[in-house]
Design a protein around this ligand. Structure first.
Ligand code: NAI
Length: 274
């Protein structure tokens, strides 16, 4: 197993949602290597048990939770505080995606995207906030460039990430005098399961990826950057040059960037764009 640079997470209590796969799994593995006290929350309990089994001495709490349910988010925080006495970091990572044009889209798809990506973040942050304020800790939203720039055929995904940004940016200003660290992390396209589980127009999972996953940034690299960003109490992390250019140029030349993004997304395998 590759040794991870110590970033000061030893004994810190870190809650990670969406811990069973991809970026969430990689974050948990790196935290466990650094002897953090890790709370893994997701729906697939056996997958989380398999991950934790690789770390025999670890202090890890596994919680079965669907973050779109308020009561499950309350349970995550309640059980964390019951076991570890407080919270240092909350990483709102659980997320789902979609691919369909809005004209054809069942409204349930947008509702599901908002429920997991946006409401999951709001619920977990709400219940964790008293403990995070006490520890002067960090709350992180794993977002996307789609939270800065509308991505065609991803209305629900972009809306949910824009909403996350609005929520977290406001929380940062509101708690300015209380030393809460609020970070928005925006990976570029990252190899994971997210495109396989992405919802299509009728709400069924896509079951395939239009990208060459092997050529994308790894979940491990994204996890390393997120943990380093937390350690350095960064405000926003945009992890690729493509992402940086999209955000920067989108402020100066929004109509031009719209065209570039449309043409780029249209080239995807089986794109619903004309
Ligand atoms: P993934 O599909 O491998 O992992 C997503 C995790 O969220 C899984 O553990 C899944 O079970 C969990 N999850 C989904 N719905 C849930 C629910 N209702 N309750 C609890 N857990 C739930 O995907 P990935 O890529 O690791 O995604 C993690 C985050 O990274 C997401 O928020 C995604 O939007 C974001 N992201 C991913 C990018 C990519 O290209 N993979 C790019 C930019 C952002």
């Amino acid at each position: 197993m590759q040794k991870i640079r110590d970033m000061g997470f030893e004994r810190k209590v870190v809650v990670v949602t969406g811990a069973s796969s991809g970026i969430g799994e990689a974050i948990c593995r790196q935290l466990l290597q650094q002897s953090a006290r890790v709370v893994m929350a997701a729906r697939n309990i056996s997958k989380m048990q398999q991950i934790a089994a690789d770390f025999e001495e670890a202090e890890v709490l596994i919680i079965e939770a669907d973050v779109s349910k308020k009561s499950d988010c309350e349970k995550i925080i309640h059980e964390t505080v019951g076991s570890f006495g407080g919270i240092d970091v909350l990483i709102n990572n659980a997320g789902i995606s979609m691919r369909a044009i809005f004209e054809n889209l069942d409204l349930n798809v947008i509702e599901q995207l908002m429920a997991v990506n946006y409401w999951g973040t709001v619920y977990c942050t709400h219940y964790a906030l008293p403990y995070l304020l006490k520890s002067k800790g960090s709350v992180v939203g794993v977002s996307s460039i789609a939270g800065f720039q509308g991505l065609p055929a991803r209305t629900g995904y972009s809306s949910s990430k824009f909403a996350m940004h609005g929520f977290l940016n406001t929380l940062r200003v509101e708690t300015m005098k209380q030393d809460l660290h609020v970070m928005i992390a925006c990976p570029g396209f990252t190899a994971s399961n997210i495109r396989n589980t992405a919802l299509t127009a009728d709400g069924k999972q896509q079951g395939d990826t239009p990208l060459e996953e092997g050529k994308l940034m790894t979940a491990e690299e994204v996890a390393r950057r997120i943990l380093s960003g937390i350690a350095r109490r960064k405000r926003t992390l945009i992890m690729t040059m493509q992402g940086k250019m999209t955000v920067f140029l989108g402020k100066l030349f929004p109509a031009w960037v719209d065209k570039m993004v449309y043409n780029h997304m249209k080239k995807e395998k089986n794109s619903p764009l004309k």
